[in-house]
Design a protein around this ligand. Structure first.
Ligand code: 0PR
Length: 390
């Protein structure tokens, strides 16, 4: 640390210079995060000093957290449920698995070797969680549409199972598991069904309102016991804003997770009230209609992108269910690397070698797509020529 501090102007310049090195949103085609709504930024700024870890002080901020949880529960069909705002999808998924384990313990069903049934498309946050908690994942195959197959899920359930995880919108491929069918096969077993809707939670309800054929995935399905939904993804709030929601109040009781910290229902102790405030600002300001509009535009732009890709000769690896496009591009990793050197960020798929993955978030407009297509074509041609010359 410096002995004598820098003047404010110098610090501001440093910060501005660092931010200028970041890739501007219109060139970010890989991220399920987007520029937060301006009102979210304003709300987060106003609440920058708050800490939900001490609710004796931040009473108003806690009230806002409760209000946000209530709005999210209502969105997902369970106003009488419970939940907390957390740092993101990873923490939310962790708390869901802890609650499921506690539920099994309370019911006298917890064995020495607890297992959680997941599909091969499950988010990698679960790998961290299973490793931290000493839980064995039982990975079941996905069907041709890359969705968790309900029959395989049922076969994988054993006396050791503490939970099944379904994904309502994978960040990698935008695939929505048939949560309704999975809930139905699990019903006789009474197994805890957790739905990871970190990505899809702010899309699917609105896409369904637009008439898109997406399955029901929320608490309206009896077997669904917990849901992860992330305001910092399609909820247009600032990072770090995640949420874990539970069907039952009991599952949420603090001592279900952390015996000696009754005031804390989350993993983090000190945690940002700014995220709660930002989420509140967006939910209240946009309302359902606002989110339906955002979703409509994202889906229209997705169709526009697939059209432009087809014109340029690129097929798709899977039909997009959400606003994530997986285009067939040979030598995708090299194309992605080359695009990165030109400050365009796309990603590839862990599952396919020849796939470029493009997320059509709110900042990916038609203009952005029009600018991107020739850049992609040129990078593709250059890599093909390079490979041919090897
Ligand atoms: N579950 C699902 C379905 C997710 O998509 C993600 C994140 C998580 C859980 C974990 O959430 P947190 O990252 O909030 O803990 N999915 C994105 C991904 O891994 C995260 C991301 C966001 C990556 C923006 C890059 C990026 O620019 O793809």
């Amino acid at each position: 640390m410096r002995l004598t501090g820098l003047p404010e102007t110098a610090v501001r310049e440093d910060i501005a210079a660092a931010l200028a090195e970041d890739i501007p949103w219109p060139r970010v085609l890989n991220s399920i995060c987007t520029a937060p709504h301006p009102l979210a930024v304003e709300a987060a700024h106003a609440a920058a000093h708050t800490n939900l870890g001490d609710v004796r002080i931040f009473r108003g901020t806690k009230r806002i957290e409760r209000k946000v949880v209530a709005l999210l529960l209502e969105l997902l069909g369970r106003p009488q449920g419970a939940g907390s705002l957390v740092s993101g999808g990873t923490e939310a998924n962790l708390l869901a698995v802890l609650a499921a384990r506690q539920d099994a313990r309370a019911a006298g069903r917890l064995t020495e070797h607890p297992e959680v049934v997941v599909g091969s498309t499950v988010h990698f946050s679960f790998d961290k969680i299973f490793s931290a908690l000493g839980i064995t994942p039982v990975r079941v195959p996905v069907d041709d549409g890359l969705r968790l197959a309900p029959e395989s899920v049922e076969k994988a359930v054993s006396e050791h199972t503490i939970a099944v995880v379904a994904t309502a919108g994978s960040s990698e491929l935008g695939v929505v598991d048939r949560v309704d069918a999975i809930a139905a096969v699990l019903e006789p077993h009474g197994v805890w069904l957790h739905v990871d809707a970190a990505t899809g939670g702010f899309i699917i309800p609105f896409a369904r309102e637009l008439g898109l054929p997406l399955p029901q995935f929320d608490f309206s399905l009896d077997g669904v016991r917990s849901i992860t939904i992330d305001p910092h993804k399609y909820g247009l709030a600032n990072v770090p804003a995640g949420a874990i929601l539970f069907r039952a109040q009991e599952a949420y009781q603090a001592d279900s997770f952390f015996l000696d910290t009754p005031a804390h229902t989350t993993l983090l102790g000190t945690r940002p009230g700014s995220a709660a405030m930002a989420t509140y600002a967006v939910l209240e300001h946009l309302g359902r209609e606002g989110f339906v509009d955002v979703t409509r535009t994202n889906f229209e732009n997705t169709r526009y992108l697939t059209g432009r890709l087809a014109e340029a000769g690129y097929g798709l690896l899977i039909e997009p269910e959400l606003n994530i496009v997986v285009a067939r591009v040979p030598h995708a990793a090299e194309v992605s690397r080359l695009l990165g050197t030109r400050d365009w960020i796309v990603s590839t798929s862990r599952r396919f070698d020849d796939a470029v993955r493009i997320v059509v978030a709110r900042h990916v407009t038609r203009d952005v797509i029009d600018e991107f297509i020739p850049v992609l074509v040129r990078a593709d041609q250059e890599i093909r020529a390079e490979v041919a010359a090897r």
